[in-house]
Structure formats: C-alpha cells, structure tokens
Write a protein that binds this ligand. Structure first.
Ligand SMILES: Cc1cc2nc3c(=O)[nH]c(=O)nc-3n(C[C@H](O)[C@H](O)[C@H](O)COP(=O)(O)OP(=O)(O)OC[C@H]3O[C@@H](n4cnc5c(N)ncnc54)[C@H](O)[C@@H]3O)c2cc1C
Length: 452
C-alpha cells in the first residue's frame, strides 16, 4: 500500500477551469448557487433560452462530488420514480457529446451488475420488471453469455444484469465542458465566489449576496450539493440531508476487460477514457454521525436500516465541527462557505485495502495495477435516496435542486433541464411532483430507492 495513499488533487485539478477572474454581473434573471453538474446544467439550458444567468461556485467548478465521482451514467438499477428522468438525461448526454465540441469520454459501453452467487442473481433479476416496463435494453446474462461483454475468467460469476445503452464519462472533464458550453451561450461562470445568503423583498428572492458583491436576480437556484442543507437552513428552510464518505482509486492504463462499468457487492470498476479504471468498493461508505443524524433520524431511519450492510457509522471530529457550525451569519463577512472552498475528504486506507483484496479475487487480470491516485468524495443523500427538485414555499423565486444521493452525475443533464423548466414555468406537476421537498413532511411514506 505504501505510496498509494494520496488525495486525488491532480485528478480534479488537471481539468480544472479557472473561472475565478470572470466578471461578476450586477443583475441576472437567474442566479445559480453551486458549480457542480446540476448548477452548470441548469445554467446551460437556461442560457440557451437567452436568459441572463450566473453560476457562483465557492471553490472550483466540479471540485466536489461532480468531479470526484465514479463516472457512471447508468439507467440500470434506478428507482422507477427517477428512471424516466434518467432516460431523458441519457439522450441529453448524447446531444452534449455532439454539441459541446469537447471530448469528455462519453461512451455507451454498457453497465454490468455482477452476481457473486445464485442468490444475488435472483435479486438482480427482479429489476427486469422495471426495465421491461420502461422499454430498456436490459438483459439477464448467464455466466456463458457474460463472456461476450467481460473478458478474463468469467466462470466465477453466477451471471449478471446488463444494460448495453448505459454509458460512462470522465467527470472532471464533462462538468467544466458543460460550464464552458453555458458560457458560450451567454452564462456568467464565476468560481472562488461563495454566495453568503440572499436578499428578499415582499417575500420574494431579489438578490444573492456573494463575497464579490450583491447580484440582483429574479430567481435563485440552490444547487449546493452537500452544502444545501446549511444554506437553506439559514433561510429557515429544512432540507433533510446527510453525507457519506466514499473512497475511490484510479489505476493507470492496463488490460481492457470491458468497455463500460461493472459492479458487484465487493468491487466496482469503470473503464476510463485513458485505458485505466476508476475503482471503488462495491458497498462500503462511512457516515460520520452529526447532530443532523439525530435531527433527521425519523426520515432517514428506513434508509439507514436498508443500508446497514454497506454503511459504517462513526463518531469523531465531524460531530463537533457540525455542532459548532452556525445556522445564521452576517452577510457582510465571510460565511462558512468561504471557509471550506473544496470539500475533499481523505480516502479511507482500510477501504483501499479491501478494494485491493477484492480486485485480486474478482479481477486478478488488473489486480497488480498500482493505484496511481486515490481520493475521497462526500456524497449527500436524501432520506429516500431520490433527488429533491422543488420550488420553495418561501421566499418566492427560490428553487432547490439537491439530494442526488450518489447517482446525480448520470441524471445531471436531465435534472438540470428539469430545473430550468421549473424556473421558466414549463415543468408539469407530473414531472416534478415526486421530487418535491414537502414529501418528507406531509406524511408520504418514505421508501428508499436503490443507492446503486
Ligand atoms: C465518490 C462518488 C462517486 C459517485 N459516483 C457516481 C456515479 O458513478 N454516477 C452518478 O450518477 N453519480 C455518482 N455520484 C454522485 C454524483 O457525483 C452527485 O450526485 C452529483 O455530482 C451532484 O451534483 P451537484 O451539482 O448537486 O453537487 P456538487 O457536485 O457537490 O456541487 C455543488 C457545488 O456547490 C458549491 N457550493 C455549495 N454551497 C455554495 C455556496 N454557498 N456558494 C457557492 N458555491 C457553493 C460547492 O462548492 C460544490 O462545488 C458519486 C459521488 C461521489 C462523491
């Protein structure tokens, strides 16, 4: 393991786009908080409708979840609630890969869920009903058929669920490419510029207060990822949200085993555009207990119970730093968002070791490839593991897009398009109803969808 333990700075920085010195407008139609895939996609679709838009990012474009994720663009395994949005998102990925004139590794290389035993194969086969209902090209593969899409010794697998149209893309290149596309369409993209809060008049959002000045706006979209809970709390809006740490590694170019991505409970691998792989444990995430864990215990209890196999709970410094976090602050001084420019947690050494062992067992062909880079990513989750795409009751003109729960990269363009439609009044109730924030408070049963 020695020499392998390093935070993935280069990965995110390599393609980072410095939008720090871009001028800050005084007035926009829509101000967007957060330069992840959601904020940048909202900006892209609004700017193409000739609206004046600005994205404010406290750190780097795609510096947090959107640049640190596994790069899976999958329909397979999703909850039927979000699957139609994901299918539209895949079409948008295809369009973006043509329209943005940048190569960000978008490839429809397929998605495999591998069964380590017969019981897992039975469990995977249940998703076929969802696939059929939505007309997806998903198939159940026997061990023999698996050999057609996965090279190496496939005899150890009991079979697989496979969707050939599923895709992959390089996160740290795709999101800056979308941001640049938004800018070409007229959007302002400003990094290193935290939004401290908003100004209201007569119950309506009228401006965002940024560290570089006040920007008047008719509408404000909060796409702040893991920070959304804190931002909304300062406005008196409760967004139930917790975070989990996921550990990821990259190996340099090595033997080609598949074109897309493969997951099993022990290991997840995704072919990279450079011929290497992005690798993670198939089911090991850590949630550090914070006061919010207890505040939202009722809403999150079903998800915590379902995820007990793969979720480890811990208590440490995070509890006390969250406890010390203010819920309101003066808008004329630095806010908590300026104190942490980029949430880039260290990867867990024990998980990296488990990944190495799992590679030796399940993918020995690439097991000796060195982890040339390792990193952690803080995933934000909602209680039912589904997005929150909503217009706030108060202030009017304030919208929230968060809760993508570990699978927001693939659905990002679709969600961005939906948020843009919500802001311009084009989204129908049937499109956004299931994603409304109030579902967590109005007695709707909380039934967590699958996390992977
Ligand atoms: C390790 C890991 C693996 C994952 N794998 C996959 C995958 O394979 N496929 C998939 O579909 N999804 C995956 N996901 C999930 C996916 O990455 C996220 O759901 C998605 O990126 C969320 O995008 P976002 O724009 O909402 O949030 P983020 O990308 O987190 O962006 C939010 C941005 O808002 C900024 N911000 C917050 N507050 C403020 C403020 N007040 N002012 C200015 N800026 C602010 C933050 O700095 C941040 O850059 C994974 C996530 C992780 C961490």
């Amino acid at each position: 393991m020695s020499g392998e333990q390093q935070v993935g700075k280069a990965l995110v920085d390599e393609w980072a786009w410095d939008a720090t010195d871009n001028p800050v407008p005084r007035f926009v139609d829509v101000a967007i908080i957060g330069g992840g895939i959601i904020g940048c996609s909202v900006a892209y679709f609004l700017a193409r409708q000739n609206l004046a838009v600005a994205v404010f990012e406290k750190g780097r474009i795609a510096g947090e979840q959107s640049g640190r994720n596994w790069g899976w663009v999958r329909q397979q395994g999703r909850s039927p609630v979000e699957l139609p949005l994901m299918m539209r998102s895949l079409e948008l990925w295809q369009q973006l890969s043509n329209d943005l004139r940048e190569d960000f590794g978008f490839t429809q290389g397929g998605c495999l869920y591998l069964a380590e035993n017969a019981a897992q194969f039975d469990e995977l086969s249940q998703w076929m009903a969802v696939a059929r209902e939505h007309g997806l090209d998903t198939r159940l593969l026997s061990t023999r058929e698996l050999g057609g899409v996965l090279l190496g010794d496939v005899g150890k697998w009991a079979g697989a669920l496979y969707t050939a149209s599923d895709a992959r893309a390089e996160p740290s290149r795709a999101v800056p490419a979308i941001a640049r596309g938004a800018r070409r369409a007229g959007a302002h993209i400003i990094s290193h510029c935290a939004v401290r809060g908003i100004e209201t008049a007569a119950g309506r959002a009228r401006a965002v207060v940024t560290e570089k000045g006040v920007v008047a706006a008719q509408s404000v979209v909060c796409a702040g990822g893991a920070w959304t809970r804190l931002f909304c709390r300062s406005l008196g809006i409760t967004v139930p949200q917790l975070t989990v740490l996921n550990t990821v590694a990259r190996v340099a170019p090595c033997q080609a085993l598949l074109e897309g991505a493969a997951w099993s409970p022990s290991i997840a691998i995704r072919r990279r555009a450079d011929g290497g792989y992005t690798i993670a444990h198939g089911g090991s995430s850590r949630h550090s207990l914070t006061p919010d864990t207890f505040r939202f215990a009722t809403q999150f209890w079903p998800a915590l119970r379902l995820g007990h196999d793969s979720l480890r709970l811990g208590i440490g410094g995070d509890f006390f730093s969250a406890l010390a976090m203010p819920s309101r602050w003066d808008l004329d001084g630095p806010s908590p968002f300026e104190r942490t420019r980029v949430l880039g947690p260290a990867p867990e050494t024990r998980v990296l070791r488990q990944m190495r062992t799992a590679l030796q067992q399940w993918f020995p062909e690439i097991a000796n490839a060195a982890f040339v880079e390792t990193w952690g990513g803080m995933i934000e989750t909602s209680p039912d593991v589904l997005p929150i795409i909503t217009q706030a009751d108060r202030p009017a003109g304030f919208y929230i897009a968060t809760g993508f729960s570990g699978h927001g990269f693939g659905i990002g363009p679709g969600a961005g398009r939906l948020v843009a439609d919500l802001v311009t009044g084009k989204a129908s109730h049937s499109e956004v109803g299931a994603f409304r924030l109030s579902r967590f408070f109005d007695g709707t049963p909380i039934r967590p969808g699958p996390a992977i």
